[in-house]
Design a protein around this ligand. Structure first.
Ligand SMILES: *[C@@H]1O[C@H](CO)[C@@H](O)[C@H](O)[C@H]1NC(C)=O
Ligand SMILES: *[C@@H]1O[C@H](CO)[C@@H](O)[C@H](O)[C@H]1NC(C)=O
Ligand SMILES: *[C@@H]1O[C@H](CO)[C@@H](O)[C@H](O)[C@H]1NC(C)=O
Length: 409
């Protein structure tokens, strides 16, 4: 049991503890304690910084989580930045007073003069508690209410297979490390208070849960994030498709025209620049990478094949011309003359290259048809993959090893 707790603490090592470490000296109260508290009673000031007991049952702390902003989602670093307001409330009967003697309805006390749960966020890279010295409200029955506002950046395993239409669930796990489940339990609710809608990622759904079978009291807030996709469509899909379409149209230029080679090579160069910037925009992970990465790689291959085809056929044609010039044979000459008489463009074909030219043009035409079919097919195959492909991320190493999962005695 103790070993398990140690391991759990080690796992939580990354989380940021609350900066407000309870460093109060246990001497005379440093704060102006209300005069009607009996400092000589056995439940003196020292005692009020201990957790209130609830007999054999754990103390119940009600938590309301107001999510006020999710202002940055960084898919390259796998982090989410959010602003939360926590409203914690619990009953501490030691702080109750007799209303007929002291007719006050509520008191404001500094947070470090009474027991408060210390919260640690497991996934946090950093936590900024906005009020370093929060005040607690206590009413005459001893019900304590404490508000904590925080900004935090947390780690989240985005599911990016369907980027830019990706949806992910991000979890924030709050642990009260200085208490055990025998002393304390959380009851959590979450309220969506996000007022801004102008976001690349929108928060679709919010949930809280209290994970069962923990050694340390814990509650979790789950954010469901959806990508609005507009930026990625404008920056990635539109230029990619435009380049592919332009390349297909390039097949309509005549094979002998010198512009065709220049056109294709320029497109390939343009695509290579686009591809290298794309690689920096898309994240890569050990599992479930975006399908779009494969899509753009296939597009690059298609463009490459079409450029190589143009170069090869144009090269063959040029060689044919040269050979025909060097060794003018009688048979080709006759054929060529016949061709020149029939052909509308006499300057296009030097003698001897007629059959070769028609052969090359036929091959080019066939390739063009195949290429168009290939491009259309690749689009449909990709749409099919997009609809049906699912990916299940590998379990995290902490869940896969034997000490993870359920605690064992
Ligand atoms: C004490 O425990 C009981 C039973 O779990 C619970 O209903 C009650 O709310 C608890 N009281 C406090 C003050 O936490
Ligand atoms: C509150 O104080 C009054 C007057 O001293 C006393 O009569 C009453 O019993 C007290 N109530 C409680 C709940 O202690
Ligand atoms: C995220 O949570 C929603 C419910 O809020 C659930 O329907 C969905 O399957 C979850 N997605 C993932 C990837 O776990």
């Amino acid at each position: 049991m103790a070993l398990r707790l140690l391991l759990q603490l080690a796992l939580l090592g990354l989380g940021t503890t609350r900066p407000l470490v309870r460093g109060r000296s246990f001497g005379a109260p440093a704060v102006a304690w209300p005069s009607f508290f009996d400092l000589n009673s056995p439940l003196g000031v020292h005692e009020t910084t201990q957790i209130p007991s609830n007999g054999s049952a754990p103390l119940r702390v009600d938590v309301q989580v107001f999510v006020t902003n999710v202002f940055n989602v960084d898919i390259l670093r796998y982090t989410v930045s959010s602003m939360l307001l926590l409203r914690l409330s619990w009953l501490d009967t030691r702080l109750a007073w007799n209303a007929s003697v002291h007719p006050r309805r509520a008191l404001t006390l500094p947070w470090d003069s009474l027991w408060t749960p210390e919260l640690t966020i497991q996934e946090a890279l950093w936590v900024d508690w906005q009020d370093q010295t929060p005040q607690a409200q206590v009413d005459q029955d001893g019900r304590v209410e404490l508000y904590l506002a925080l900004t935090t950046e947390t780690n989240c395993d985005f599911e990016l297979l369907h980027f830019p239409r990706d949806q992910s669930n991000c979890t924030l796990s709050f642990y009260a490390l200085s208490n055990t489940v025998m002393e304390l339990e959380f009851q959590a609710h979450v309220v969506n208070e996000i007022v801004s809608v102008k976001r690349e990622y929108v928060v679709g759904d919010l949930k809280t849960q209290v994970p069962p079978q923990q050694l340390v009291p814990c509650f979790q807030v789950k954010l469901h994030l959806q990508n609005t996709a507009l930026k990625a469509i404008l920056a990635l899909l539109v230029p990619g498709e435009a380049l592919l379409l332009a390349d297909m149209c390039g097949g309509l230029l005549p094979l002998q025209a010198p512009e065709r080679m220049a056109y294709k090579v320029t497109l390939l160069l343009g695509y290579l620049v686009f591809h290298s910037s794309l690689v920096q925009v898309l994240p890569s992970s050990s599992s479930c990478n975006p399908l779009l990465i494969h899509y753009f790689t296939i597009q690059l291959l298609l463009l490459f094949v079409s450029t190589v085809e143009t170069v090869l056929l144009a090269g063959l044609l040029a060689r044919g011309h040269l050979r025909a010039k060097r060794s003018p044979g009688p048979a080709p000459r006759g054929e060529q003359q016949a061709h020149e008489e029939a052909g509308p463009n006499p300057e296009e074909a030097p003698r001897g290259a007629g059959s070769r030219r028609s052969w090359a043009e036929a091959a080019d035409h066939t390739f063009f048809l195949l290429y168009v079919a290939g491009v259309v097919c690749s689009q449909f195959i990709f749409i099919g993959l997009w609809m049906w492909a699912t990916c299940k991320s590998d379990p995290a190493p902490g869940e896969a090893v034997p000490h993870g999962g359920q605690p064992r005695p």
